[in-house]
Design a protein around this ligand. Structure first.
Ligand code: IMP
Ligand code: MG
Length: 189
């Protein structure tokens, strides 16, 4: 398969991501096993839509009792810069009171989305809210928040593929790549 013409550089192949995701699943399982989580159930909350490929890999490897739920929280509004005002477009319809939550995210940039959701879930009575992210743009942080587990730390560049989009496209690329943003201005889909 040819690389997409908007790809500037491939950062991680499908195979590399799968290997790393398995490691994360092992680490996170051990964490919950060592904590002796009551009822033995962790609620995995995937943040749509970007979480899909990563979460699909993750749950197949996560050997621990869990439920899967999803939320849609938007803050990008289509471009390559965050608006900084998260908004819940799809909420949970289960009670998470006293539950152990693991948020599954594609990438953390400013951290604003994650901070907002963590606060929201804590207000709903979650016992603990942990976070795993495939990618972590540490240099992009505007608030003081960190993932509990991250797949790869990347530079502050706009990335596409493996769930990550530009304007809802390119989520289907089977790798994570730096986007050639100079080409986007006059790009015809
Ligand atoms: P934050 O609130 O700035 O941390 O942004 C988090 C959200 O912005 C992520 O869940 C992504 O949906 C989106 N995002 C951040 N960086 C990128 C990127 O490089 N490519 C595509 N989406 C991104
Ligand atoms: Mg996201």
């Amino acid at each position: 398969m040819e690389n997409h013409p908007l790809v500037k550089e491939i950062l991680f192949s499908k195979e590399e991501i799968e290997v790393r995701t398995k490691q994360l699943a092992r680490e996170i399982e051990s964490y919950y096993k060592s904590r002796d989580v009551k009822e033995n159930t962790v609620i995995l909350i995937g943040l749509l839509k970007g979480c899909i490929p990563f979460m699909a890999d993750f749950i197949k490897n996560f050997d621990h009792e869990c439920q899967t739920e999803y939320m849609v929280v938007s803050s990008y509004l289509g471009g390559t810069k965050t608006t900084g005002e998260p908004k819940i477009n799809l909420d949970l319809n289960i009670s998470i009171k006293d539950k152990h939550i693991l948020i599954i995210e594609d990438v953390i940039d400013s951290g604003i989305t994650l901070e907002y959701i963590k606060n929201y879930l804590s207000l709903k009575g979650a016992k603990e809210v942990k976070v795993v992210t495939l990618l972590d743009k540490r240099e992009g942080r505007k608030v003081n928040i960190e993932a509990d587990w991250s797949g790869f730390v990347i530079k502050n560049e706009f990335v596409i593929g493996y769930g990550l989009d530009y304007d809802e496209r390119l989520r289907n690329l089977p790798y994570v790549a730096v986007c050639d943003v100079d080409k986007l201005k006059d790009w015809k889909w």
